[in-house]
Design a protein around this ligand. Structure first.
Ligand SMILES: NC(=O)c1ccc[n+]([C@@H]2O[C@H](COP(=O)([O-])OP(=O)(O)OC[C@H]3O[C@@H](n4cnc5c(N)ncnc54)[C@H](O)[C@@H]3O)[C@@H](O)[C@H]2O)c1
Length: 323
């Protein structure tokens, strides 16, 4: 049985939602986060928090041993595609070297399962309905570092007889219906940036790239609600633990939403003088990527609860109003 879970990056956007689900299901959650992009106010009051860095091997090992951790959900990372192009060394150090150290800390403990947050950025760009066997060819430094982490985890788990669940998230958006947690960091997250603009007197909706070879010229993504993604962690962890298996799963709804589609939905809630401003393409941005989620559906008999653009946008706006 799963009892004690360590979530790295639990003070972040997805980590706080994932913590919420595990706590709701009566699991004990321990969080390791250095608060570099996370926030104290996102930390669940029922979780035990350690302000620590995944690269601090001795400290992490102590936390794992002291708390009898049986499963690790590894979300701590840096994740801006644009920044990764400018600062590749930072991305290698935190994502790849950080994961390596975390694995060393896990070695020879009672940890039996690892869930890892990977990304659709590991795939070749421009594809519709990618499945887990589709060619891997990251177009950004960020995607490349995540692929390196996947490989490290696979080798480590095979060698040390652990189960892994590698989750390739597509684009995560939205906020918890409790209204208590949501996305705080701006970064290059489209839905966050649009939510901020909606509340302004003169909203400016920015589009980076309008001449891509897509149906309306803008980038296309497969957005998935953060509460659905969090529930996937819970169900996948239960299953890999129960059957002693490992897997790699795409996590998306299998629907393409363009930047224009998103802006149109947000515009419904904005002041009439909202403006759309076009900017050049950003280096490293993928043009189009949509998931095939058949394997996930089969693996956990998944039925998403927030599978609509309207629901995602509404939850973003409710959260943003409280900020
Ligand atoms: N947000 C998305 O759309 C998306 C898509 C695909 C994959 N992911 C992956 O999901 C994970 C979580 O992303 P998020 O959106 O919640 O981002 P986030 O920035 O909100 O969360 C990351 C957390 O990790 C912490 N952290 C960073 N480096 C650390 C370190 N060295 N030691 C300890 N803690 C550290 C940060 O303080 C933060 O709380 C990341 O691994 C990311 O690559 C996110």
């Amino acid at each position: 049985m799963i009892k004690n879970i360590l979530i790295t990056g639990g003070a972040g956007y997805i980590g706080s939602h994932t913590t919420e689900i595990f706590i709701k299901n009566k699991k004990r959650v321990y969080i390791v986060d250095n608060l570099s992009t996370g926030f104290r106010r996102l930390i669940n009051k029922k979780a035990i928090f350690y302000k620590s860095d995944i690269s601090n091997k001795n400290q992490i090992k102590k936390i794992i041993v002291k708390n009898n951790i049986d499963s690790v959900i590894h979300l701590a990372a840096v994740l801006s595609v644009g920044e990764s192009e400018r600062k590749p060394k930072k991305y290698k150090k935190i994502n790849v070297d950080g994961t390596k150290t975390l694995l060393e800390a896990i070695k020879n403990t009672k940890v039996k399962n690892i869930i890892f947050s990977s990304t659709c950025s590991v795939y070749k760009d421009g594809l519709t309905k990618v499945n887990e066997k589709t060619k891997l060819n990251p177009s950004s430094v960020y995607g490349y570092t995540k692929l390196q982490c996947e490989k490290l985890i696979k080798i480590f788990c095979k060698k040390n007889k652990l189960n892994y669940g590698i989750l390739r998230y597509f684009n995560v958006a939205g906020a918890s219906s409790t209204g208590k947690i949501g996305q705080i960091n701006k970064g290059d997250q489209l839905f966050k940036n649009l939510s901020i603009e909606v509340n302004k007197k003169k909203p400016i909706f920015k589009i980076y790239g309008t001449k891509y070879k897509t149906r309306d010229g803008t980038c296309i993504r497969d957005y998935i609600h953060v509460s659905d993604i969090s529930e996937i962690h819970y169900k996948v962890l239960l299953k890999i633990n129960k059957y002693n298996i490992s897997t790699i799963l795409n996590c998306g709804y299998g629907k393409g939403i363009s930047v224009y589609d998103a802006i149109k939905e947000f515009k419904k809630y904005a002041n009439k003088n909202a403006k759309i401003v076009k900017f050049p393409n950003r280096k490293g941005d993928m043009v189009k990527i949509i998931a095939s989620n058949k394997k996930l559906m089969r693996f956990i008999q998944w039925s998403p609860k927030f599978n609509s653009l309207r629901k995602i946008v509404k939850s973003c706006l409710i959260w943003e109003k409280r900020q």
